[in-house]
Design a protein around this ligand. Sequence first.
Ligand SMILES: Cc1cc2nc3c(=O)[nH]c(=O)nc-3n(C[C@H](O)[C@H](O)[C@H](O)COP(=O)(O)OP(=O)(O)OC[C@H]3O[C@@H](n4cnc5c(N)ncnc54)[C@H](O)[C@@H]3O)c2cc1C
Length: 471
Amino acid sequence: MDRRDFLKRFGLGAASLGAGAALGDEWVDAAKSLPEGSVGDPRNVWFGQRIFPIPHTIEDGPSCRIENGKIVMPAREVPVFHRADVAVVGGGPAGFAAAVASARAGAKTVLIEKSGSLGGLFTNGMVLLMLCSSAREDGKYRLVTRGICEEFMTRAQKMGPYASTGPVPETRHWQPTVDPEAAKYLMDSMCAEAGVETFFHASGIDVVQEGDAVRGVVFSSKQGFQAVLASQVVDCTGDGDVFFAAGCGYRQITHGIGFTVRLGNIDKVTAKEKPPKRDDDPIPRRWPVRSNEGNPATWWGGALGPKGDGLSVRDLSRAEVEHRRRWWKHVEIMRGTPGWEKTFILNTCSQIGPRATRLLESEVIFDRAAAAAGTEKDNAIGWFGDDGPHAAMPIPYGALVPRRGDNVLAAGRCIGAPDTIDTFRLICPCFVTGQAAGTAAALAAARSVTPRSLPVADLRRRLAADGVFLG
Ligand SMILES: Cc1cc2nc3c(=O)[nH]c(=O)nc-3n(C[C@H](O)[C@H](O)[C@H](O)COP(=O)(O)OP(=O)(O)OC[C@H]3O[C@@H](n4cnc5c(N)ncnc54)[C@H](O)[C@@H]3O)c2cc1C
């Protein structure tokens, strides 16, 4: 019995089987009676009515076995779920920009994201302030993270004051605070407009390799392991999960594992300044007296957090619990303090923030000395803004290209630029490296060449045409 017969037998009608329709296309609505074939509850018109049995959508492979005291994973065939020119893994700021750029450059592009929404640490990590966008020249600021980053900031601003804080005079950085739901919605919209196919709830766990060349990605989901075959893969996982699996080489570092919260009723705070420090206050520096977002009722903030191994389930789990404990205690104290009685924790981030973990062993290890010497200026694929202590700088293509392994590029907070980590990991620079990697992947796929052999001049020409600032 094929799927059509199966669905017919269980009463799913023509509407569900129309051209291109899939399970889930028909939204549940109240019905007066149970449709034919439904195994739902006839007395529950809201929830019970449209429950149908469906065939298994995937068969599981053999489980791990204990052999000679070791746990071994038996060989299994991995079903091919999808084929594309470019697969981007990770949908944070870098992955979003990479996927949009790749699709706009004409590549059939998929974006594989383990959570259920785009934006990564920006949205799910609730790190709402888009830093490092501008270069300071003669006391004025010029936006250098242009291209998709500028487009995103401009569109977010047009969504209204609750979506994004407004423009600033050119004597200051343009660094908007964007509401996380507005950012998710805008990223979904821009991906859809560009023709990106996004797969949520899918964790990239391995690559498909032929020799040193990567041919696709294996992801795990509720349906087990499946593969996406692609000519080029862009690693935007933040942690280098793809280049790790591909054996490209990396260095690993610790960094503060941060965490953010949003507080509500900030417009009801009547105090004007923070109270004297209390010894029992676990977060003594966070006493907001006004909103720092577009929405006057909300405030976002975080803590640097413990230094740890951002890949370790133990370190991450301990940090999550401790961060939440501290914020709860802090806000308890806050609510007991005159002027802050009405504040409350609106939400805590759904994605904890390891600032950096694996950094790519790249063709060019970019550092501040190279930036100062200007040796890589002609290979720049974009610029990072001034980050406070350091001036704006160009970033070379070679920092995105692995020294070992073909058909893989990296973007975002895991590129090969170790001592500029606290610049390139900021949101605006991640848009920039994402756009460059996505564009390079699309060009490499179209020409059937490896990213390493793609002429940088061609890439720069395309990026310049797409509005990227190249100096
Ligand atoms: C506490 C904290 C505060 C910060 N404050 C600021 C700030 O004020 N301003 C600023 O500009 N920057 C700030 N940053 C830095 C910035 O938020 C991040 O460095 C930036 O978001 C990194 O972007 P990315 O796309 O490289 O990675 P991420 O934002 O980490 O996104 C990675 C995405 O990939 C997904 N993913 C990961 N692994 C897989 C996998 N195997 N398969 C599929 N999907 C996967 C994740 O779910 C996520 O969506 C802060 C960071 C932290 C932790």
